[in-house]
Design a protein around this ligand. Structure first.
Ligand SMILES: Cc1cc2nc3c(=O)[nH]c(=O)nc-3n(C[C@H](O)[C@H](O)[C@H](O)COP(=O)(O)OP(=O)(O)OC[C@H]3O[C@@H](n4cnc5c(N)ncnc54)[C@H](O)[C@@H]3O)c2cc1C
Length: 229
């Protein structure tokens, strides 16, 4: 959880919205970079690590923001969250666009990997209690199976990514066997190439109308800080 007077009044936005986290240097100091028209740079010309996350919960009066961060092999964000201690500085900007709920939609498929679990959680909390929601979550490690918010119409399928498989493979296989009605809305997020396979499947093999599928790349296998595709 992040806390600070600066977070008082922060708008957590719509479900599955995003914030950007500016990480401190490895010596723990935080310098707010400036925009040079192309990218954010520190005064010495170095590029800070800025990563995108989902606001899971925000207490706008107390100035608290809860995030859930995947720890993986290497990466500034993963390393930072492993070592972070209470009182360490970090900066937040946001809030970025989220998912606009259409109250007339009654059937959803939500699919994602561990990085999308916070977004799926916010969607489960926000979607109407009368909706039917099929959730597919791909995990690369057993401890990725975290508790999700309960929703009366939700069924959750956890799928394991086999060792050596491409990220997104297990969830795209699962999505392929999900029945889709004419009105089903699909939301999917995870590794960019993996969700691209889902996008192609939905649009080219199942003729899902563009407006009914919301598919976002949250990170790129083998590339730093490359979410948001
Ligand atoms: C809108 C949006 C919302 C997001 N919300 C969340 C969130 O709530 N929680 C969250 O944890 N992530 C979330 N992400 C994804 C997160 O921004 C990226 O995973 C981020 O790149 C991780 O930064 P890093 O410094 O740890 O690794 P990077 O420096 O970006 O990458 C280093 C290496 O780690 C690999 N890598 C990066 N992310 C992962 C991962 N998730 N699993 C396995 N390997 C990875 C890369 O492929 C690369 O090889 C979100 C992304 C977007 C666009």
């Amino acid at each position: 959880m992040l806390a600070g007077d600066e977070l008082v009044g922060l708008d957590p936005g719509l479900p599955a919205a995003s914030v950007r986290l500016l990480l401190p240097r490895s010596d723990g100091t935080l310098e707010v970079p400036t925009w040079n028209g192309n990218e954010f740079l520190r005064a010495d010309g170095s590029r800070p690590a800025i990563r995108t996350l989902t606001p899971l919960r925000a207490d706008t009066e107390r100035g608290e923001l809860t995030l859930e961060i995947v720890r993986h092999d290497e990466g500034p964000l993963s390393d930072w969250v492993t070592d972070a201690r209470a009182g360490d500085p970090v900066a937040v900007s946001g809030t970025g666009r989220g998912f606009e709920i259409d109250p007339t939609v009654t059937d959803y498929v939500l699919a994602g990997d561990e990085s999308a679990i916070p977004a799926i959680s916010t969607l489960l909390e926000a979607l109407p209690s009368t909706a039917t929601i099929r959730v597919v979550v791909e995990v690369a490690a057993p401890d990725g199976r975290v508790e999700l918010p309960t929703h009366p119409g939700a069924s959750v399928q956890w799928v394991d990514l086999p060792a050596g498989a491409a990220p997104g493979d297990a969830m795209s296989t699962a999505v392929r066997s999900v029945d889709l009605g004419a009105d089903t809305v699909i939301w999917a997020a995870g590794e960019a190439a993996g969700v691209q396979r889902i996008r192609t499947h939905l649009f080219e093999e199942r003729d899902v109308p563009r407006g009914r599928a919301h598919v976002r790349g949250y990170w790129k296998h083998g590339r730093a800080g490359a979410g948001g595709a």
